[in-house]
Design a protein around this ligand. Structure first.
Ligand code: NAD
Ligand code: LMR
Length: 338
């Protein structure tokens, strides 16, 4: 009996059209987030090429995940020989977890001095070598690093507001998980929108729009506080060894998967994400996270916050005050340090 040997490349020609060739690049691929994120992206059937870049170690991460028998190529790059240009060439989506993480006692804003210039320089490289790519910013403080990327791309005439995203998915997966622990439900079935930004009080969980709108009083306050400060829980438990990496990798992989499904033309793909948003521009807040429908061009529709109660209105007001400052700080940084 004859057996036909089906190779990886033959499989690809059957299962993916040219329009669905998606190169995803991770900048900071050797880090605590970068490594598990690279693994999860290698397992995603919508990712056909994986480019892994870091100041050090990315070729090793690439060699390692490249042995996994899924239908994608993997290559690792270092700064030698302008590796970042090669890494970014042909990218559909660039994810940026490059930057330092928090230690106990620090706020995300305390990372600004180090991470602002890292993100600025990587954004310059994206503007030069992958000007059409979608960009997902993970490096903290997200409320400021996203405006930094926007300003850099604007300065190069390459800014497309539909293509830039702050990855706030971790707040959503925490909300889903924490409410399920409280209510003894299946976390995979939970729906729990979180809006605003990604730090402390700028994270606004909308209990009233979740599957459990009746959670009230102290239980609600504790749940909201746990979602807003979930990052601190991990920073404290890691005791100086960094912040969330594994849950963040899962969150970024979910975001990347949603984005690529939207790009592929799948309908009704919705994720909350921090984008250039019209919602509070009148108040000087150019970026805000609400539910966003993702499509072939990236942002297809920015949803309004929707109906909220008085308690949530107060949370939103507090978030807006901090967000405005965080965004201005990012914008001013690029103006003063182009
Ligand atoms: P890490 O220190 O483990 O990894 C960071 C990696 O970035 C390192 O491998 C480092 O070599 C690399 N890097 C630094 N500068 C670089 C540059 N110029 N070019 C390429 N690579 C560079 O840190 P981590 O735990 O992976 O966290 C990374 C960032 O993500 C931190 O800023 C952290 O606060 C943030 N974070 C964000 C979220 C979120 O929800 N958005 C969640 C968790 C962590
Ligand atoms: C998180 O929410 O876990 C991240 O933003 C990392 C941090 O500093 O808490």
């Amino acid at each position: 009996m004859f057996r036909t040997r089906v190779t990886g490349s033959t499989l690809r020609s059957f299962s993916t059209s040219a329009a669905r060739q998606h190169k995803v690049v991770v900048l900071g691929a050797n880090g605590g987030i970068g490594q598990p994120l690279s693994l999860l992206l290698k397992l995603n059937k919508n990712v056909t090429d994986l480019g892994l870049y870091d100041l050090r170690g990315a070729p090793g991460v690439a060699a390692d995940v490249s042995h996994i028998p899924t239908n994608s190529t993997v290559a690792g790059y270092s700064p030698d020989n302008n590796g970042i240009a090669e890494a970014l060439k042909g990218a559909k989506l660039v994810l940026i977890p490059a930057g330092v993480p928090r230690k106990p006692g620090m706020t995300r804003d305390d990372l600004f001095n180090t991470n602002a210039s890292i993100v600025r320089d990587l954004a310059k490289a994206v503007g030069e070598h992958a000007p059409d790519a979608f960009v997902g910013v993970i490096a903290n403080p997200v409320n400021s690093t996203v405006p930094i990327v926007a300003e850099v791309l604007k300065s190069k005439g390459k800014y497309d507001p539909k293509k830039l995203f702050g990855v706030t998915t971790l707040d959503v997966i925490r909300a889903e998980r924490f409410v399920s622990q409280l209510e003894h439900t299946n976390p995979t079935k939970e729906y729990f929108p979180v809006v605003g930004g990604h730090s402390g009080v700028t994270i606004v969980p909308l209990v009233s729009q979740s599957d459990h709108p009746d959670i009230a009083g102290e239980a609600r306050d504790k749940l909201v506080h746990r979602i807003q400060f979930g990052g601190d829980e991990v920073v404290k438990a890691k005791d100086g060894a960094g912040s969330a990496t594994l849950s963040m990798a899962q969150a970024a992989a979910r975001f990347a998967d949603s984005l690529l499904r939207g790009v592929n033309g799948e309908k009704d793909v919705v994720e909350p994400t921090f984008v250039d948003s019209p919602l509070f521009k009148g108040e000087g807040i150019d970026f805000f996270s609400t539910k966003v429908t993702l499509g072939p061009n990236g942002v297809e529709e920015i949803h309004p916050i929707g109906k909220v109660n008085e308690y949530e209105e107060k949370l939103i007001e507090a978030a807006k005050a901090d967000l405005k400052k965080n965004i201005e700080k990012g914008v001013n940084f690029v103006k003063q340090n182009p």
